[in-house]
Design a protein around this ligand. Structure first.
Ligand code: COA
Length: 377
């Protein structure tokens, strides 16, 4: 009989040391690569944030140029991968299924085996896969990546075929940086478990995409957008919220397992969304968003006194991604496009001082069954 304490869901268990990010749920602080998330997210390009996670320091201008060029060189996918994405789109398969299938095949034609190169390949190729799937779903042909555009700009370009404006690129880039890493969340843990067997980084990223697909992890911003659009149409946030809470339902985009105050990423993303919508977006929609937050936060305090239920990252993610032109169905794949930076950085970190991750389960089954031949059952 195993007497060790049972930690369901591994809550409160520390299984790794990391230099990548740290969450203080009581204070509402998030540090990424040594910076408060607001500083990193609003100042860095995605490539800079990624270099920081991989190297534990910011790049020089020359290093950043070389890193950017290397990532840009790794963006294309083979025709056969596109065929899989086309099949998935035509069959109406969910976008995360297409992403998982695409990333699993991402290295088959490159011969790349070293972890650093494979990590960069995984990061570079995810936007290409998501965009190609989306283009097929729209009945159009994929757009070839443009090596002259930085990571975020190229993603938007591959979705629309048009070079995006700077406000949209900065909006998306701020999002990608804000969620690039967030401690040992489920998908990051999945990636670390896989790489701890000394498997490869593409396998680890494939597992992580599978973990992120689940509605308990990466699925909230789509429903948040539905909710915001419904309230924007009705113009009555209070009755929307009361109806939901009276029915015992949860409001999407509020509450968090770790944060007991407003999610610091919500602050970063609300600022980014405000800048974006001020620069020429749908200002009336953004007014609905901010008004809804105020009404919902007050009503959650009324309905759930003593519980601190405030805005989480998904609330402003929905507003910002919708604004910059990411289709609703690509919200979770776009989360993966961001988080793959953290997944791969965690894999490289795990490999530096690897120990196979192998927890135990407490056996609660029978022990004294007697085998009966098939004919006797
Ligand atoms: N709307 C209404 N009530 C909520 C709520 C929400 N978004 N989040 C939590 N609550 C309530 C619960 O109903 C529960 O009330 P009760 O004690 O009267 O039963 C109480 O707050 C505690 O809930 P609990 O499930 O223990 O909180 P948790 O820490 O496990 O939940 C989430 C964290 C994120 C799963 C939860 O807040 C949630 O479902 N939020 C909505 C989905 C979402 O936005 N997900 C994205 C997360 S980044």
């Amino acid at each position: 009989m195993d007497e060790s304490e049972l930690a369901r869901g591994l809550e409160g268990v520390t299984v790794a040391e990391t230099r990548l990010s740290d969450i203080d749920g009581e204070a509402g602080d998030l540090v990424v690569g040594g910076f408060p998330v607001a500083d990193l997210a609003t100042n860095a390009t995605y490539e800079e944030a990624l270099f920081l996670l991989y190297n534990d320091r910011l790049p020089t201008a020359a290093e950043l140029d070389a890193f950017r060029a290397d990532l840009a060189d790794r963006r294309s996918v083979a025709d056969e991968v596109r065929d899989v994405l086309r099949m998935a789109a035509e069959a109406g398969d969910p976008p995360m299924d297409a992403l998982r299938a695409g990333v699993a095949a991402a290295n088959l034609d490159t011969g790349e085996a070293n972890p650093e190169g494979t990590a960069r390949r995984a990061v570079a190729v995810l936007p290409t896969i998501a965009a190609a799937y989306w283009r097929y779903r729209q009945g159009t042909a994929p757009v070839e990546p443009d090596g002259g555009l930085r990571h975020a700009a190229n993603y938007l370009y591959m979705l629309t075929g048009e070079e995006p404006d700077e406000a949209s690129v900065r909006g998306l880039e701020t999002y990608l940086n804000t969620v690039i890493d967030h401690g040992l969340n489920a998908s990051t843990f999945a990636a670390r478990v896989v790489i701890s067997t000394e498997s490869d980084i593409v396998s680890a990223v494939t597992a992580a995409v599978g973990a992120l697909k689940g509605p308990l992890h990466g699925g909230a911003p789509g429903p948040v957008l539905d909710m915001l659009q419904e309230v924007h149409d009705s113009g009555d946030p209070e009755s929307y919220v009361r109806t939901k809470l009276d029915a015992g339902e949860r409001l999407m985009g509020f509450g968090h397992r770790v944060y007991r105050v407003r999610d610091p990423r919500a602050a970063v993303l609300s600022g980014a969304a405000e800048r974006f919508y001020d620069a020429g977006g749908d200002a009336a929609f953004f007014e609905t968003v901010t008004a809804f937050e105020e009404v919902a936060t007050d009503l959650l305090a009324e309905y759930k006194p003593g519980r601190s239920l405030e805005t989480n990252v998904e609330f402003y993610t929905a507003a910002l991604l919708h604004g910059v032109g990411i289709p609703r169905d690509l919200f979770t794949p776009t989360f993966a496009v961001a988080r793959v930076g953290g997944w791969t950085a965690h894999c490289l970190e795990q490999l530096q001082d690897n120990r196979l991750i192998r927890p135990r389960a407490r056996y609660v089954g029978d022990r004294d069954r007697t085998w009966r031949p098939l004919a006797d059952r």
